[in-house]
Design a binder for this molecule. Structure first.
Ligand code: FES
Ligand SMILES: [Fe+2]
Length: 347
């Protein structure tokens, strides 16, 4: 294998999305016992459903008979039945029954890949294995998502752009006071600054040098062996009522090369009565405003060409963008090398 080939494999892996990661794929409420849910993760179609015994199952969305999407089918006693000719497959990807054909040899065959699933904070996460990490490591969640003191709402949105753009956007706090300058919460602070980047225990923090707490002034990324997320604060202007900032926690799912799905938890550290009143206020007034801000990001990213990086001209503010790209490239390199070593060993 030449260096050029390896380089393009790495670039392709970054573009498709890293393996060996837990990805959020759906809101909990979307995955039901009654009906299968089809999703796409890193360009692969998968189907999820609840088996009635409190487990969410996830297998390839491909009927072993002739390839019909199993997500068009139905859930039968915890298994999934294909809509086309009725073949029944279980959550391990094994053909349980071929109802149209007596004693069919397909019965009992493991035909499909199955994926590990976990559920937390109203969200369903699926583990996509890699050669380096075939078994799922623990899903590491931000502290706000495992604490009783925080409460929040998950919002998801599908964007017609590669997931790298969503990550770049999150690693770029300076866009807040420009792209979102008309918005209720992000209209404050100065429009000129320098950025600084610091290493943290599990990742990095990118922040504006000249101001903190006035706008979207910093982002922290945490990179764990099996997942990656970021968080940032949106200050509440006095008009939004009492109580500090709102924390946004972001995960991004690479759906396929040209689509991603963002998962944002909007969280606050509030308890007791304040918690209930914030939850009410959020639903009644704030949610719509936050949607408007998110739409500004979506429209901007969808408008950028897929290969913008080939002719972009970065400047000092893009420290965070460069850092996140470096993290992805390093991880992709190590995955590709592990795969090549495995192929070589097999030859
Ligand atoms: S394709 Fe699914 S049963 Fe035939
Ligand atoms: Fe934004």
């Amino acid at each position: 294998m030449t260096t050029i080939d390896k380089k393009s494999l790495i670039e392709e892996r970054v573009n498709t999305g890293l393996l060996g990661q837990w990805y959020p794929v759906a809101k909990s409420v979307e995955v039901k016992t009654s009906r299968p849910y089809g999703a796409k993760v890193l360009g692969q179609k998968v189907v999820l459903w609840r088996d009635g015994a409190d487990n969410i199952r996830c297998i390839e969305d491909f009927c072993p008979h002739r390839g019909a999407p199993l997500s068009y089918g139905e859930v039968h006693e915890g298994n999934i039945g294909c809509r086309y000719h009725g073949v029944i497959v279980d959550g391990d990807g094994v053909v349980v029954r071929v109802p149209a054909m007596p004693d069919c040899a397909l019965e009992g065959r493991k035909a499909l890949k199955s994926f590990e699933v976990t559920e937390s904070n109203d969200c369903v996460f699926v583990y996509i294995p890699s050669v380096e990490r075939p078994e799922a490591p623990e899903l590491m969640l931000p502290k706000e998502m495992v604490s009783e003191d925080w409460t929040g709402f998950l919002c998801t949105s599908v964007w017609e752009s590669n997931y790298r753009y969503a990550l770049d956007n999150l690693a770029d706090p300076m866009h807040g006071c420009y792209l979102h300058s008309e918005s209720f919460t992000l209209a404050f602070g100065s429009k000129q600054d320098l950025m600084k980047l610091d290493k943290t225990e599990n990742g990095f923090r990118i922040e504006r040098v000249g101001q903190v707490g006035e706008n979207f002034d910093w982002t922290e990324f945490e990179v764990h062996p099996g997942d990656m997320f970021c968080y940032l604060d949106i200050p509440y202007p006095p008009a939004a009522g009492p109580g500090g900032f709102m924390r946004i926690i972001g995960f991004v799912l690479p759906v396929d090369d040209t689509t991603c799905k963002v998962f944002f938890w909007r969280m606050r550290e509030v308890s007791g009565v304040a918690r209930d009143s914030w939850r009410f206020l959020y639903r009644a007034h704030l949610e719509e405003r936050h949607w408007n801000v998110l739409e500004q990001d979506r429209v901007m990213l969808e408008g950028m060409p897929d290969d913008a990086r080939k002719r972009e001209m970065l400047y000092q503010h893009d420290l965070g963008v460069s850092r996140i790209r470096q993290i992805l490239t390093r991880a992709a390199k190590s995955q590709i090398e592990a795969e090549l070593a495995q192929t070589e060993a097999a030859e």
